[in-house]
Design a binder for this molecule. Structure first.
Ligand SMILES: Nc1nc2c(ncn2[C@@H]2O[C@H](COP(=O)(O)OP(=O)(O)OP(=O)(O)O)[C@@H](O)[C@H]2O)c(=O)[nH]1
Length: 407
């Protein structure tokens, strides 16, 4: 009676999981279809098991076990699809076929309930082990790691439980005395069997959610066209780096740069070629700067590179290297033609008590000077005290000071 209740409760659990999975399916995460099919199969199989004695054995033993084996296999298929891992349909079908043939031998040949349990425990334990190994082999970086760990550990526990269940059933089949009474074992093992699908589905839902969160936060933090950091992420990272710089008493610099005459490129060669230029800029910039530097697209054809632990002298060298690296022609995709473009760069190093907005404003002024000085130049921003002096001086002196900063 207890077993019957557990099975019906599990079928109800699977039905609830189906509702959760169907809400996720609209987002289109890989593997959801297979996970849903698995739970549908469990909903069908469990009442078949529960109807033992009321329906023919062929339905309550062979059919129920085949559907349940397919269900757990579909869970594995779902996880492997979700993780982009290969699946061999014929190999999985052969395993189900072999387990079913063995089941029939222990039903119509040697009629033994315990040996049938050994057979099914081996199958379910094997699938859980494969599932745990698949998930453990694809552990992502820290923020999304928990759902993967949860799923892998759950699968390993289930595999272990199925293994013990198989051994105990084997002992019972051989009439070796076991240390717990049969009813207790039965309750433990039935619980194990019935929590398998819901707990793995829970892991699947957690992993799918983690994937959705990772995708959404990537989209918020990165520019869709170039893959560079987005403007929003840049300001967040810059604030964090500023706080770290002030704490550590180190330096923080920024290079602000903009494509020269970009409108002409768009007008002459089309918007698509303009887009390729933007992608090319980010690719070359990321190749040139360190891993700890941040390359961001602030908007349109304006980019910034944040250089932690870099003083003005270092950032002038980096800016000049960047200007030179970008001043090389690129192949226009889909044609044999080459296209040359250049950038102008404004360089500024954080001053004590300066905000990120003020730092960028100084870099922007330097960029403006670089454009006015003929483009394809890297210009250092005036320090605040220099700018104040220049503001009070005659326009000619101001211009001369700017030209001095030209590289
Ligand atoms: N292809 C493409 N063009 C863009 C994108 N965002 C902005 N632009 C274009 O960038 C051009 C910017 O033009 P301007 O601000 O006049 O600057 P510019 O032609 O580069 O001139 P200078 O900066 O003075 O050298 C405009 O034609 C925009 O349409 C984009 O995502 N893709």
């Amino acid at each position: 009676m207890l077993n019957l209740s557990l099975m019906l409760v599990t079928a109800a659990f699977s039905a609830v999981m189906l509702l959760v999975l169907s809400s996720l399916s609209r987002i289109g995460a890989e593997g959801i279809r297979a996970w849903s099919q698995a739970n549908w199969m469990a909903v069908v199989a469990l009442p078949l098991f529960a109807a033992r004695g009321f329906i023919p054995d062929l339905l309550s033993i062979e059919l129920a076990n085949t559907v349940y084996m397919t269900a757990i296999t579909m869970m594995l298929v779902g996880f492997r699809r979700h993780l982009g891992q290969a699946i061999s349909g014929p190999a999985l079908l052969s395993c189900i076929g072999l387990a079913l043939a063995t089941l029939m031998v222990f039903h119509y040949g040697v009629d033994s309930f315990h040996l049938r349990v050994v057979d099914m425990s081996l199958y379910h334990g094997g699938v859980c082990l494969a599932l745990g190994l698949s998930v453990r082999g694809a552990l992502p970086d820290a923020p999304q790691r928990y759902p993967y760990r949860f799923t892998a550990i759950t699968a390993f526990y289930l595999a272990f439980g199925h293994g013990v269940r198989g051994l105990v059933s084997l002992a019972q089949a051989a009439d070796i005395p076991v240390f717990f009474d049969v009813t207790t074992w039965n309750v433990i093992f039935f619980s194990l069997g019935t929590i398998t699908m819901p707990s793995l589905t829970l892991g699947a839902v957690m992993m799918a959610n983690a994937g959705i969160i990772a995708k959404t936060s990537y989209a918020a933090d990165h520019d869709y066209l170039t893959g560079a950091w987005s403007r929003r992420a840049f300001f967040e990272l810059a604030e964090r780096e500023r706080a770290r710089t002030l704490r550590a008493g180190s330096d923080l610099s920024v290079l602000l740069f903009d494509v020269d005459h970009f409108k002409r490129i768009n007008d002459k060669l089309g918007h698509a070629v303009g887009d390729h230029v933007l992608v090319d800029i980010v690719r070359r910039t990321e190749q040139l700067v360190r891993q700890v530097d941040y390359c961001a697209r602030l908007g349109g054809e304006e980019f910034a590179v944040l250089l932690p632990d870099s003083n003005i002298a270092t950032s002038i060298v980096v800016a000049e290297r960047l200007r030179e690296a970008l001043d090389r022609s690129m192949r226009i995709p889909g044609s044999d033609e080459e296209l040359a473009y250049t950038v102008s760069i404004g360089i500024a190093c954080l001053e004590p008590n300066e905000t990120i907005t003020a730092l960028l404003r100084r870099a922007d002024r330097a960029l403006y000077v670089a454009k006015a000085a003929g483009r394809n130049k890297a210009i250092r921003a005036l320090a605040t005290h220099e700018a104040e002096k220049a503001d009070g001086a005659a326009p000619a002196a101001n211009q001369a000071l700017s030209a001095d900063n030209q590289l």
